[in-house]
Design a protein around this ligand. Structure first.
Ligand code: MG
Length: 444
């Protein structure tokens, strides 16, 4: 008997019973009463552990949550490329003992209690660990229900996830070629960057290097060449690639707030789809001025970890796209609330989706994208063969759209033997310092 027949039978039985037509409960009602007593079969968390692997170059951290039902487990993304091993310790040494023997069904309760279990909270290491646990519980919930996670979130609002690609080049011609290649691959939205973020290394011999300040591999960026070349870059690409393609650009927070305000005003005539991270999170208060000065759509938030960073920007309608990295903010449980907040304030989603998100994390992005009305755009990455080998069921790209498969949960598995073939690189990774000509550090 399916669920619909069961409910129909229950309401008929209740109606008849209330008029006194029957003495004994219908068999179907008896069955329902039995099921009220039992609830769904209890499912306990038996182990939470991290799996580190690097099938491309990023240091991926995936969390596996095992349960009291043999063979039933879930996967979640906890990737923090620059501090991968710190997240693994947070998972294995702290979240595992916290979560063991808890009811795997109670995702919200586990999220809330795990979030405050360190007392101090909202940092990237602990949030990523929490995301790994949280996303794995959603995966388990989907497997229990026999449904992909997007179905648990209300079903599809669109047939697939429209994505933007990354085009870049060291000069205008290289960039133009890169944009045209992506247009041929079917992308309708393309992010354009000239010479890396902030046109890095425009001068090979900054004075700080000559003075022996910092280390010889510290990088150099001065704001003026970047501020001068970026409007010209937009002009060139609009001229050569037409009006139809949507153009995006990431400032990556490397300039002063006042320069960002001036730059966005200059870019207005090229109709960017959005300009990303114009201001560092520490200078969030400048968004009011930025907003009053320009109509260019603003995307913000890949560095955010804490609700204090995004709630005001969204509720005051100071940004157009919320760009958080779902594992950095603590997983699907918090990201779907961010999406709901955005719906009331006309803020659309643009979840961070670079190479240092595991395929499990990209699947989480895509399932949420499918299920929310205020979806904006999704950043796409291209998985290599090794990633498809380690993570069977990873989302696939076609014609600029991302597709998830219809398997229950995220639809993505991990082959742990193959994952072990790709250990983390020796160098554990950090953002190399970027400096102005005089050696002053620039926020990345
Ligand atoms: Mg970015």
């Amino acid at each position: 008997m399916n669920r619909r027949e069961l409910i129909k039978g229950m309401s008929m039985g209740a109606a008849l019973g209330s008029f006194g037509f029957i003495q004994k409960p219908l068999p179907i009602l008896a069955q329902a009463e039995e099921s009220y007593k039992k609830g769904s079969a209890p499912l306990r968390i038996t182990r939470v552990r991290s799996i580190l692997t690097a099938p491309r170059s990023a240091r991926l951290c995936v969390v596996k949550v095992e349960t009291s039902e043999p063979g039933l487990y879930g996967l979640g993304c906890a990737t923090f490329n620059q501090r991968a091993k710190a997240v693994a310790v947070a998972v294995d040494e702290y979240l595992d003992p916290f979560a063991r023997n808890r009811d795997a069904d109670n995702i919200e309760d586990i999220w809330q209690t795990a979030y405050t279990s360190s007392y101090w909270r909202n940092g990237p290491v602990l949030n990523n660990a929490l995301s790994g646990l949280d996303q794995a519980l959603w995966d388990i919930k989907g497997k229990r229900a026999g449904m992909p996670v997007y179905q648990l979130l209300g079903g599809k609002c669109r047939f697939a996830v429209d994505c933007y690609s990354h085009a870049s080049g060291d000069d205008f011609q290289e960039l133009e070629d890169s944009v045209k290649r992506d247009m041929e691959r079917g992308f309708r939205h393309i992010r354009i960057q000239l010479g890396g973020y902030g046109s890095l290394n425009l001068s090979k011999n900054p004075d700080f290097r000559g003075a022996g300040f910092g280390r010889s591999d510290d990088r150099h960026m001065d704001a003026y060449p970047y501020l001068k070349s970026t409007p010209k870059m937009f002009e060139h690409i609009r001229d050569k690639c037409g009006d139809q393609v949507e153009l995006l650009h990431d400032i990556h927070e490397r300039i002063e707030p006042r320069d960002a305000i001036k730059l966005l005003k200059e870019l207005e005539i090229y109709r960017p789809f959005f300009i990303e991270d114009p201001i560092a999170p520490e200078a969030n208060d400048y968004f009011r001025q930025l907003r009053q000065t320009t109509t260019v759509p603003i995307a913000m938030g890949e560095l955010f970890n804490s609700p204090h960073e995004w709630v005001g920007l969204m509720s005051e309608r100071l940004i157009d796209f919320i760009r958080v990295h779902i594992s950095q903010v603590g997983g699907l449980t918090v990201a779907r609330k961010i999406a709901a907040l955005g719906e009331w304030f006309n803020v659309r989603s643009a979840w961070h989706g670079p190479g240092d998100v595991s395929p499990v994390g990209h699947a989480a992005n895509a399932h949420l994208d499918l299920a929310i009305n205020n979806f904006g755009i999704q950043e796409a990455t291209r998985f290599n063969d090794a990633e498809f080998e380690v993570f069977p069921g990873s989302p696939k790209m076609k014609n600029g759209f991302m597709y998830v498969n219809e398997a229950p949960g995220w639809g993505v598995d991990i082959d742990e033997q193959k994952a072990a073939k790709y250990p983390l690189p020796e160098f554990q990774g950090y953002w190399k310092p970027i400096r102005r000509n005089d050696g002053t550090q620039v926020r990345p």
